[in-house]
Design a protein around this ligand. Structure first.
Ligand code: NI
Length: 173
């Protein structure tokens, strides 16, 4: 397993629409293992393949709801959303591709999700809570969307300005 470099905005690859996964082979399993290692190392609770530069419809998530060090890895291949709830949920989101920046984003509180696991088996579940938020955030990456796209122009400019400032500080340090 390996920790892969995470690409950050404004890398144009983050604007690409990812392609469906067709082969459930050892290469896919290695990519999944590397993505988990990368996500735990960051650390983060979700990662889309395009964030490590691979334009495939693949997400890994671990909400670590039972505390640090207790792992509950979840893999979603070719996720497909439908039937979003009318009820919305607001969460203070962050993104490993927009480091150290956070903003409140409103999304459907629950949603139906169909997906395949690492072996290609199909699943169909209704999800809610933080998992629903995280899945929608990660799924956006597969469409070339990042969470700041959901913000008002003023709020987005503020986040991007703060990111630039932070990057300059990191460079100077
Ligand atoms: Ni993200």
């Amino acid at each position: 397993m390996a920790v892969l470099p995470i690409i950050e905005i404004p890398d144009p690859r983050l604007r690409k629409v990812s392609e469906p996964v067709g082969a459930f082979d050892t290469e896919l399993k290695r990519l999944i293992a590397d993505m988990f290692e990368t996500m735990y190392d960051a650390p983060g609770i979700g990662l889309a393949a395009i964030q490590v530069g691979v334009p495939k419809r693949l997400l890994v998530i671990d909400l670590q709801e039972e505390g640090e060090g207790v792992r509950n890895p979840r893999v979603y291949v070719n996720p497909l959303f439908s039937e979003p709830s009318d009820e919305m949920s607001v969460y203070n989101e962050g993104c490993l591709s927009i480091p150290e920046q956070y903003a409140e984003v409103s999304r459907p509180a629950s949603i139906r999700l169909r997906w395949q696991d690492a072996d290609g088996a199909e699943h169909d579940e209704r999800v809610d809570g933080l998992l629903a938020t995280c899945l929608q955030h990660e799924n956006d990456h597969l469409e070339g969307i990042v969470f700041t796209d959901h913000l008002s122009r003023m709020k987005r400019d503020m986040v991007l300005k703060k990111l630039e400032k932070q990057r300059k500080l990191n460079k100077a340090a």
